[in-house]
Design a protein around this ligand. Structure first.
Ligand SMILES: Nc1ncnc2c1ncn2[C@@H]1O[C@H](COP(=O)(O)OP(=O)(O)OP(=O)(O)O)[C@@H](O)[C@H]1O
Ligand SMILES: O=c1ccn([C@@H]2O[C@H](COP(=O)(O)O)[C@@H](O)[C@H]2O)c(=O)[nH]1
Length: 239
């Protein structure tokens, strides 16, 4: 008998910076293709997949120009960066045999359809992959918070934060070589210890909605599927 998924509907938060691969900015073709292959494997298990994509790979490349700018204006630039990533991701998915739909939290109807919750639920039930673009649609937030928000709205069983590190550490592992990885921890612990892997708004929303988050490395082949199969991978953050 083939392996059974531990989850029915999931929200995958994909780091924008992870899309760069080894490049300095932008989207690395081989990296996005490999990520989509991993998403396809998970949909083949019968799991409904929604994605929130970050914008760091594009936005941090233009952040110099945003310096000194009005914060809200710069944040709208960041949200538009996520729309570009969402379009690239959905295009790659469609070329690889998945059916993807992009829904934007900011109205740009000529480019992508707006986020309408019942429509998103319908797409998921039809087996389409829904890519949520433009974060929450509001400045002063992040795409991690958008992942928590959309995850709660669509009734996801789990938020998966696919990032460049393989879990939550006692300190940023890129800065502190002595940092140790947690197998699991509560949202309250993550917030009290001020662990920088996600922002506190995202943690608080998931805690209040009792929506667990699993943080894992998108660069580790097969890790995404292992999480969906309920195997021990990365770090679980729970209420
Ligand atoms: N306690 C911690 N444990 C693990 N990682 C941490 C911690 N504190 C800070 N980090 C850093 O958080 C980063 C999270 O990266 P990620 O690219 O997912 O962020 P993001 O802002 O959500 O993505 P993007 O803006 O690129 O879409 C990791 O690269 C890691 O270096
Ligand atoms: O709801 C949101 C989501 C994002 N932003 C802005 O976009 C950039 C890129 O998002 P990341 O989460 O860092 O990938 C972010 O820095 C914000 O400037 C936003 O304003 N609101």
């Amino acid at each position: 008998m083939s392996a059974q998924p531990a989850h029915h509907r999931i929200l995958l938060k994909l780091s924008g910076e992870a899309l760069m691969g080894d490049d300095a900015f932008g989207i690395n073709r081989a990296t996005i293709v490999r990520m989509v292959q991993e998403i396809a494997e998970v949909t083949q298990l019968g799991v409904e997949v929604a994605v929130v994509i970050g914008g760091g790979n594009i936005f941090r490349g233009v952040a110099g120009g945003a310096e000194g700018m009005d914060r809200a204006t710069a944040d709208y630039m960041g949200m538009l960066a996520t729309v570009m990533n969402a379009l690239a991701l959905a295009d790659t998915m469609n070329k690889q045999g998945l059916t993807a739909r992009v829904m934007s939290a900011i109205g740009i109807q000529e480019v992508v359809e707006p986020y309408v919750r019942p429509k998103a639920l319908q797409y998921l039930e039809e087996g389409k992959v829904v890519v949520f673009a433009a974060g929450t649609g509001n400045p002063f937030f992040t795409t991690d918070t958008a992942a928590a928000l959309r995850g709660a709205e669509i009734g996801a069983d789990l938020v998966l934060k696919a990032t460049k590190v393989d879990g939550v550490y006692s300190a940023d592992p890129k800065k502190d070589p002595n940092a140790t990885r947690y197998t699991s921890l509560t949202f309250d612990e993550a917030m009290v210890k001020n662990l920088g892997i996600m922002d506190a708004t995202a943690f608080a929303l998931c805690r209040d909605q009792k929506l667990p988050i699993r943080v894992f490395s998108i660069f580790k082949p097969g890790a995404f599927k292992r999480v969906v199969l309920g195997e021990d991978e990365g770090t679980l953050v729970y209420a």
